[in-house]
Design a protein around this ligand. Sequence first.
Ligand code: C2G
Length: 129
Amino acid sequence: MKKVITYGTFDLLHYGHVNLLQRAKALGDYLIVAISTDEFNWNKKQKKCYFSYEERKRLVEAIRYVDLVIPEEEWEQKISDIKEFKVDTFVIGDDWEGKFDFLKDYCEVVYLPRTPEISTTQIKKDLMK
Ligand code: C2G
């Protein structure tokens, strides 16, 4: 069984996230999604989420392409996650192009094109109009 992992906040879940998860799953048979916890978002990514970790987990778990959701609590957990879950492929959007090449020592690394026209930031801006 080919296992794929990806990481993200997935706040205000939108079709750009789903496009990513669909393509990530297509690279294997089992997709693990590590969702950034509220603490990690606030302390390390300076992101304030609308939905809590538990709410974001509930939403992402409902997506047909997702097989397992785990918490992302720190930047440094990726190598141990890859080892623990025997991951074959790490996938993330190309806004991170090159940032995770160090993982190539442990698994395949794939950067997928983002869905250009949508983002949580844009949604929030549009709602303020
Ligand atoms: N994404 C996308 N298209 C968009 C928006 C997001 O393909 N229009 C992808 C991102 O590239 C990422 C995933 O969806 O692969 C989740 O996006 P975010 O929730 O913004 O994740 P991010 O804050 O980039 O967290 O350790 C890695 C980080 O946790 C990644």
